[in-house]
Design a protein around this ligand. Structure first.
Ligand code: BTN
Length: 247
């Protein structure tokens, strides 16, 4: 992973660029990194703010063998990999908010977007996009994000070496991806749970079925979040966004 590397000064989105490469036959592990993105994409159709020179904006081509159900599991695997890389390189004690946001002190510092291209019911390839607010400073964010986000620089007080961070992300991912291929999702599920800041917390889930409240109980075998409602029922949540109550 990361041995076929393209570094671009400025691009609309590294996702689009990596997707083009994948369509043209690029090997698994092909990596595109940009200094700046002019239309960075987030989950659920959101915009990802990607100013120049201070963040890590990267997309990697994946060619998973498994069925479609592997895709949500890969997003969780990616979160574990990036969380371990961040902790190792910067010392910041990042934690995972379901499914794959990374937070420090309740504020988001990294987002992951896994886009799958599906043909005839099979995954043709996936593009794994990772955005880490590595060395962003307070002034780099738009006003409305100020109290929701943070960066490794703001959390640790020192600039992080972005190349070292990218290399660590690729190394951690490669190791976990191999573990996943050999042993399935269970070891990844346990690692995810150990790094989670969601479990045990009061949450509200917003998805196509509206708004539901409960306590985040654990991760199911497919990677779904198991939420315990007031009457003790365990409800699986497969997609959507959650909000964690403060406290
Ligand atoms: C999210 O939390 O909503 C996911 C954000 C993913 C952002 C990264 S930055 C590199 C790659 N290129 C994009 O356009 N998006 C992803």
């Amino acid at each position: 992973f990361g041995r076929d590397l393209t570094v671009l000064p400025k691009i609309d989105s590294t996702q689009t660029e990596a997707e083009k490469k994948a369509r043209n036959g690029a090997a698994e592990g092909t990596l595109v990194v940009a200094e700046e993105q002019t239309s960075g994409r987030g989950r659920q159709g959101r915009v990802w703010h990607s100013p120049p020179g201070r963040g890590v904006w990267m997309s990697t081509v994946l060619r998973p063998e498994g069925p479609l159900t592997a895709v949500p599991q890969l997003t969780l695997l990616a979160a574990v990999a990036v969380c371990r890389a961040i902790r190792g390189v910067s010392g910041v004690e990042a934690g995972i908010k379901w499914p794959n946001d990374l937070l420090a002190n309740g504020r988001k510092l990294c987002g992951i977007l896994l886009e799958a291209v599906v043909e005839d019911g099979r995954v043709r390839h996936c593009i794994m996009g990772i955005g880490i607010d590595a060395n962003l400073e307070e002034g780099d964010y738009p006003e409305e994000l100020q109290d929701k986000v943070t960066s490794l620089l703001r959390e640790s007080g020192t600039e992080v070496d972005r190349s070292a961070l990218i290399a660590a992300v690729m190394n951690e991912f490669e190791q976990l991806y191999m573990l996943y291929a050999q042993e399935g999702f269970e070891p990844i599920r346990l690692l995810w749970e150990s790094l989670s800041v969601t479990l045990g917390r009061e949450i509200v889930v917003r998805d196509v079925r509206g708004e539901r409240r409960g306590t985040a109980h654990g991760l199911g075998e497919q990677g779904e979040l198991l939420m315990k409602t007031e009457d003790g029922a365990l409800i699986p949540v497969y997609s959507g966004d959650i909000e964690i109550y403060p406290g």
